[in-house]
Design a protein. Structure first.
Length: 182
């Protein structure tokens, strides 16, 4: 019984080391979303960036934290002017599928804490400034391709609903640095 416990403990401690361990990265991308301002609704696009760090717990599973900032956007719909700023921090469980020593596909489920500032101006009344925040679930898929042993290229797509900012989809490309090769 004791030998099994020692063997299981060694396996659990060694698994992260053989899986590749920690990584860092950043990406730049394009977001599309819908703004529901009550009297007006519009589709919008913005560019933004994402910074992330993760850890492969096993060959097939990892965890990741990220901060995403969508740059301020300005849209017009039905004689209304919208200004919007959205940012969110997220924690994700990542399922990994290594298809080649230099290519892995992955899918994630994320919990994101977000904040959004929406300014609605009809040109007649004083602008309505709404700030909101909350926590919601999202999901994403992507790939990491490593042309060099530790440096890779990431492609990613994510989807969220954040209060009045609905159907937010973020498509990005970036770089990944892993501290240890698997």
């Amino acid at each position: 019984m004791r030998a099994r416990f020692v063997l299981a403990t060694c396996f659990l401690l060694a698994a992260p080391a053989t899986a590749g361990g920690a990584y860092l990265g950043g990406s730049w991308g394009q977001a599309t979303y819908e703004i529901d301002g009550g009297a007006a609704r519009t589709d919008a696009e913005d560019s933004g960036y994402k910074l992330f760090a993760g850890y492969r717990v096993t060959r097939w599973f990892g965890v990741e934290v990220a901060y995403t900032d969508l740059l301020d956007g300005h849209e017009t719909a039905m004689d209304y002017e919208f200004d919007l700023a959205v940012s969110y921090g997220s924690v994700a469980a990542v399922g990994l599928l290594p298809v080649h020593p230099r290519l892995e596909l992955w899918a994630m489920v994320e919990a994101a804490h977000w904040s959004a500032d929406v300014i609605l101006d009809d040109g007649l009344d004083p602008p309505i400034d709404r700030s909101a925040n909350g926590t919601d679930l999202g999901y994403g898929v992507g790939f990491d391709w490593y042309p060099l042993a530790r440096f890779g290229i990431r492609g990613e797509w994510e989807r969220f609903d954040f209060g009045e900012v609905e159907n937010l989809e973020y498509l990005s490309v970036g770089v990944v640095f892993r501290f240890k090769t698997p």
